[in-house]
Design a protein around this ligand. Structure first.
Ligand code: GUN
Length: 343
């Protein structure tokens, strides 16, 4: 029978572990702060931003939203980011994408202090990810790794096909899958709009990650039996119902489910994980910037693989370099952190 991954359930388990870390930070006088900047009138962007704000409030993060009109000069956005970079109570900054055409998105990525870049889009953080030494993993690909772990899907040695080459999902996803690290070690192909014979590639795959932004691009005929299928798409398509539209993924769910061993639904699959991993990065940002070690058990899914030293060590101070002496969990996990992540 096909295992349908429940993104809400996995997300709840991770959030409950994060709650412990946030409580610990608060006991140490630190309230993690995340500011989201919205420069768009787009309904979907507004909805995402209010969901992020709500998730922060629910878990005890000081979540704030700063809005700019889409017609305002680009410099207003850069001035705001500069102000947020300088504030000690703001540990994470997220500029909601897409930004209007007159704003250079690459300059936006560069403008956020890399220590506060909880999206992981700054070139320094992209470089670290590619080098195998990520500071903040981009939220959606990181959430997908956690979902796969939750289902006991081991990516090592598998053929993975990522469909879509966006900066937000496709490229970082492929980079995570090739790392010599847990959740990686996959032989990875990145397909895009110029790929010839996509079906030939997806039929070879043990794992297909559909992130092209194209409704129902991948159907069952393009998959082999037993594939793991992760659907990142959220597309509005016309429908004969009250709303006049329905949400579909990049995967034709019913036909793909006939072939897949593991599959994510839309909604309720990848979606909830993205915000959860944003909360994770914000907690990590607050811990790093205030040099307040957070002695978390594995924020992932202990029931699947047991506590992971890499996660423990990061929150125990592994990223600080000079904080070995402050680490409550001792040298062992710090050393294991390096062993677990050879570059
Ligand atoms: N727009 C859609 N997804 C994202 C995301 O993960 N981060 C930002 N900043 N904008 C987005």
């Amino acid at each position: 029978m096909t295992h349908v991954l429940d993104g809400n359930a996995v997300s709840d388990r991770i959030r409950s572990n994060l709650q412990t870390a946030i409580d610990h930070l608060r006991d140490s006088g630190v309230t993690p702060g995340l500011t989201t900047v919205l420069m768009s009138e787009d309904d979907a962007s507004r909805t995402y931003v209010s969901m992020k704000q709500q998730a922060c409030e629910d878990i005890g993060i000081d979540g704030r939203t700063r809005r700019l009109d889409a017609e305002q000069p680009a410099e207003d956005l850069f001035d705001l980011v500069k102000e947020l970079n300088a504030r000690a109570d703001v540990h994470g900054i997220l500029v909601q994408m897409p930004v209007p055409d007159h704003v250079d998105k690459r300059r936006v990525f560069r403008s956020v202090d890399p220590m506060k870049d909880v999206d992981g889009f700054h070139p320094e953080n992209v470089g670290r990810l590619v080098a195998g030494n990520a500071r903040y993993k981009p939220c959606t690909p990181h959430g997908i790794q956690k979902l796969l772990e939750s289902a006991g899907v081991d990516t090592a040695g598998k053929e993975a096909v990522v469909v879509g080459r966006s900066d937000i999902v496709g490229k970082p996803m492929a980079n995570l899958l090739i790392q010599k690290a847990p959740g990686g070690n996959a032989t990875t192909t990145l397909c895009h709009s110029q790929t010839e014979n996509l079906t030939e590639k997806t039929r070879q795959a043990d794992l297909v990650i559909a992130a092209a932004g194209y409704p129902e691009l991948i159907d069952g005929s393009m998959l082999s039996e037993g594939t793991t299928v992760i659907d990142v798409g959220i597309n509005h398509v016309d429908a004969d119902n009250e709303k006049g539209y329905k949400l579909v993924g990049d995967v034709a769910y019913e036909s793909a489910k006939q072939k897949a061993d593991v599959i994510t639904p839309v909604p309720g699959g990848v979606g909830p994980m993205t915000i959860t991993m944003l909360l994770y990065n914000t907690v990590k940002a607050a811990s790093l910037q205030t040099e307040t070690p957070v002695d978390l058990p594995w924020v992932g899914l202990p029931s699947v693989g047991g506590a992971r030293d890499a996660d423990k060590a990061v929150f125990a101070g592994g990223d600080f370099g000079n904080t070995l002496s402050r680490m409550r969990s001792g040298k062992e996990s710090f050393l294991l952190w390096f062993l677990a992540y050879p570059v």
